[in-house]
Ligand binder design. Structure first.
Ligand SMILES: *Cc1c(COP(=O)(O)O)cnc(C)c1O
Length: 379
């Protein structure tokens, strides 16, 4: 099946009791057993729920994976992957990560005896220098948040395979419509479903997709034992959102392209980060592993201090100043004070997260209104 058909149908059958086309919201915590253990495969909704099960099958299909696991947030999904590790283990990861991942690694798992190496991942060979016999996991994000660097997934996967290390990819920014890390050799794909997959800024959810049965069993054990699993109503909302993922992504990419081209030559814009430009330092890798370049764009404002950046960020009429991304509505984010507030100043400035940086999540509104808003606010 092709992508759009999977987005609409995968994991979903007409409801056996009524024929309902849309998967019902099985709003139940527990299930009747005829005699102890004699049930229909559902016992308690922390572990299994029919609405969530349909969603997990659809999520897996979209990443060309065998298994999907939905979590109550993207961070809940990341947390489950980290719990595969033991004290003394080491992780090699990027130096340009989602702020919440950086915070979890440095403030939580570092206290449990796990060591993290934050390195430049845009040169895959660079990670060899940081791998040793204790390295159990490579965690990458591409495109990176917020500076849109691209990591060569296939090249990192070759190193991970050679060294027998798990490779997990945070695929939130690309969405499965643009990029499928498992096809490129990754072991685990992680999504903040909150973003493009949910797509309507109304649900917080995370997911893991993977192929290996043994690894799936270990992760399912953590998922059920630790319990960061989403409820049936949220599962339903995401199943509904997914049905238009391919249509929304096409529109995000098209609007993203036009906004990027507009901003590239705007006199108020100093740097622009968008992997679709041929002069983006990782454009060739982006072209190789992504089907298009998406609607995430970051810019720095020429000569703007923090106060001026705040003024501009607060003046948009169509773009809403907010955290998050990937919804139908256009959002503007100030990483330093919002999503990346937990990263120390010297760390973030090293990777370009400066006071005058703004990140745009270009939505699917009419392009004329988006360009008009940018023109008026940046004037
Ligand atoms: C939002 C986000 C997360 C965290 O997901 P939540 O659903 O907010 O917990 C992780 N990685 C990236 C790239 C994100 O944008």
């Amino acid at each position: 099946m092709k992508f759009g058909t999977k987005a609409i149908h995968a994991g979903q059958e007409p409801d056996p009791s009524t024929g309902a086309i849309m998967t019902p919201i099985y709003q139940t915590s527990t299930y009747w057993q005829k005699s102890p253990g004699d049930n229909k495969g559902f016992e308690y909704s922390r572990g299994t729920n029919p609405t969530r099960k349909a969603l997990e099958a659809c999520l897996a299909a979209l990443e060309n994976a065998k298994y999907g696991l939905a979590f109550s947030s993207g961070m809940g999904a990341t947390d489950a992957v980290m719990k595969l590790l033991s004290p003394g283990d080491e992780v090699v990861t990027g130096n340009d990560l989602y702020g919440g991942s950086y915070r979890m690694f440095t403030k939580i798992f570092s206290n449990y005896g796990i060591k993290f190496h934050f390195i430049d991942m845009t040169d895959a060979e660079n990670c060899r220098k940081h791998i040793n016999e204790k390295t159990k996991l490579i965690w990458i994000e591409t495109p990176t948040n917020p500076t849109m660097k691209i990591v060569d997934i296939a090249a990192v996967a070759r190193i991970a395979k050679e060294k027998n290390i798990l490779l997990a990819v945070d695929n939130t920014f690309a969405s499965p419509y643009l990029q499928n890390p498992i096809d490129l050799g990754a072991d685990i794909v992680m999504h903040s479903v909150t973003k493009y997959l949910g797509g309507h800024s109304d649900v917080v959810m995370g997911a893991l997709m993977l192929d290996d049965e043994e690894l799936y069993k270990r992760l399912w054990f953590i998922y059920n034992a630790c319990g960061a699993t989403p409820g049936p109503m949220d599962s339903f909302l995401v199943l509904r959102g997914l049905k238009t993922l391919h249509l929304r992504m096409k529109a995000h990419c098209e609007n993203g392209r036009q906004v990027a081209q507009f901003l590239k030559i705007h006199p108020k814009v100093d740097k622009i980060y968008w992997p679709g430009f041929t002069d983006h330092p990782n454009h060739e890798v982006a072209k190789k592993q992504m089907r298009d370049f998406g609607g995430m764009i970051s810019i720095t404002l020429k000569g703007a201090d923090l106060k001026e950046t705040y003024r501009i960020a607060s003046n948009f009429k169509v773009f809403a100043l907010a955290e998050s991304l990937g919804g139908v509505e256009s959002l503007i984010n100030h990483p330093v004070s919002m999503t990346h507030g937990s990263i120390p100043k010297e760390e973030r400035e090293k990777v370009g997260v400066t006071d005058n940086l703004l990140r745009l999540s270009v939505g699917v509104e009419d392009i004329e209104d988006l360009l008009e808003d940018l023109k008026a606010t940046l004037a």
